[in-house]
Design a protein around this ligand. Structure first.
Ligand code: ATR
Length: 262
C-alpha cells in the first residue's frame, strides 16, 4: 500500500490526513496518508525513505518548507521562485519539490470573483506562507503590496522575493483594498492582533487561518461590514494540487469535502 505523509513540528493540528484519506476512498486509491512530527535531524532519513519508495509523497508544513529545499534534487519553477516547498514527489528517482500554496491561494481568490487586478494589498505577518502569497498576488496583477510584521527585519527580507514590496512599521496602516492576516495570531481562539481595524470599511478581510473558522480578525472585519474569507479554501486547493501531482487525478471539491474540515 502506498504511503503519504505530512511533516511538520508541531503537526497534530493538520487536517491534511483527513482530506487526502477521504479522496483516496472517493477515488478507490489503495493508500494511506499520515502526519509525522519530525526534527531537523530526521529529514535525511525521510528523503532516504522516499528514494527507497517506502514513502510515496510528502507534504511539508511549518517549520520545514524552506529547510527541506537543500534535500531536493530538483525544484519546480514556483518553489524555486519563493524558496518554499510544500509538496514532494519522486520522479525518475529524483526528489522533486513543488509549491502548491501559490495555486491554493490563487484559486481561493478566483472563486470569490473579487478581482485583485490593480488593487492594493496589505499583508500582516512575514512567516512561511507569505512568499507564496506575494508570488500569487503578483501573478494576479495587483497594484501595490504593503507588508508589516512585528519583527520588521523579516518583512524587509521578503524584498528578495519582490523588490517592489512596501514595508511598513507594525501598526502603520496604508490605503488598501484587501488585508491578509498571515500571522499566527488567532490560531488560539480569542487572540487579538494589536492593530486598530475600526476604520477599515469596504475592504476584503482574508485570514490564512482556517481552524478556528472565524478568528477575531475575521469577526471584527465582518462586524464592520467587510467581505471576509478564511483559509479553508486555500488549504483545500493546495491539497488538491498536491493530490493531482501524486495521483494525476483532480479530486472533486464539493460541499462534503468542505464540511469534512469543520
Ligand atoms: P515562521 O515565522 O516560523 O514561518 P509562521 O507561523 O509562519 O512561523 O509565522 C508567524 C507569523 O506570525 C510571524 O510573522 C510572526 O511575527 P514575528 O516575525 O515578529 O515573530 C507573527 N506573529 C506571531 N505572534 C504575533 C503577535 N503576537 N503579534 C504580531 N505578530 C505575531
Amino acid at each position: 500500500m502506498k504511503k503519504f505523509l505530512v511533516i511538520g513540528n508541531p503537526i497534530n493540528h493538520s487536517l491534511s490526513p483527513r482530506l487526502h484519506n477521504f479522496w483516496f476512498k472517493e477515488n478507490n486509491i489503495k493508500a494511506i496518508y499520515e502526519s509525522l512530527k519530525l526534527n531537523t535531524n530526521q529529514l535525511d532519513q525521510l528523503i532516504y525513505d522516499l528514494k527507497e519508495k517506502k514513502i510515496n509523497g510528502v507534504n511539508v508544513t511549518v517549520p520545514f518548507k524552506k529547510e527541506i529545499i537543500s534535500y531536493m534534487d530538483k525544484l519546480s519553477e514556483e518553489a524555486s521562485a519563493v524558496q518554499s516547498v510544500n509538496t514532494i514527489s519522486l520522479e525518475d528517482n529524483k526528489v522533486v519539490g513543488y509549491n502548491t500554496d501559490i495555486v491554493g491561494f490563487e484559486l481561493s481568490i478566483k472563486e470569490t470573483k473579487f478581482d485583485l487586478k490593480n488593487k492594493n494589498i496589505f499583508i500582516l505577518g512575514a512567516g512561511g506562507v507569505v512568499p507564496s502569497i506575494i508570488y500569487s498576488l503578483n501573478r494576479m496583477n495587483v497594484s501595490q503590496i504593503f507588508i508589516s510584521n512585528r519583527t520588521k527585519m523579516k518583512a524587509e527580507n521578503l524584498k528578495r522575493i519582490d523588490k517592489n514590496l512596501t514595508v511598513l512599521d507594525w501598526g502603520e496602516v496604508p490605503d488598501f483594498d484587501m488585508i491578509i492576516n498571515a500571522t499566527s495570531v488567532g490560531l488560539n481562539k480569542n487572540e487579538k492582533i494589536d492593530i486598530n481595524f475600526t476604520k477599515m470599511k469596504n475592504k476584503f478581510f482574508y485570514d490564512v487561518i482556517y481552524n478556528p473558522k472565524e478568528t477575531n480578525f475575521l469577526r471584527e472585519g465582518k462586524k464592520l461590514g467587510n467581505k471576509v474569507l478564511n483559509g479553508k479554501m486555500m488549504f483545500i486547493y493546495q491539497a488538491s494540487a498536491a493530490f493531482n501531482l501524486w495521483h494525476k487525478i483532480n479530486p472533486e471539491i464539493n460541499e462534503k469535502t468542505i464540511k469534512l474540515l469543520d
